[in-house]
Write a protein of this length. Sequence first.
Length: 178
Amino acid sequence: MHQPLDDALGINLLHANQAGADHNRAHLDQWGMTCLNLMSGPGAGKTALLEQTLAQLSPELSIAVVEGDMTTELDADRLRQYGVPVIAINTGRACHLDARMVAGGLHQLAELHSPNDIDLLVVENVGNLVCPAEFEVGEHAKVALLSVTEGADKPLKYPVMFREADVLLITKIDLPPI
């Protein structure tokens, strides 16, 4: 029988991460900041959704972004054009953000901006349908995106992502499914 990695190592990785997520959420609550964890496969439209959100809401709502990517700041640079605080986190080989990484981003954000003045923090997680749903980062809600071009089988293949999501957004509805 398959033994989970955390059990095989004799530690509970998810438990340790959850403690960090709870710590992050306590900071967010203290600051009066709502946090959304935006998750999807690569190319589903997370950054494009954020661009439209920032263009439509950022004048009335104070928004900051923690942008997760494995190696670049390309998406972070796209979002910085909207004049909002954007903290880029490169995960290296990790396929998702975890609570420790986001804690570092929160500390960077607090050094650069008054966290009490930010209404909404959006964490754009690494594009992956497997891991991000299992690793809380301190968010108040998980938002999963599914592009029609990815195929209707994705919720069956990656049930944890869609079961854990508080909100599901269908993207690219103007394109025909493949």
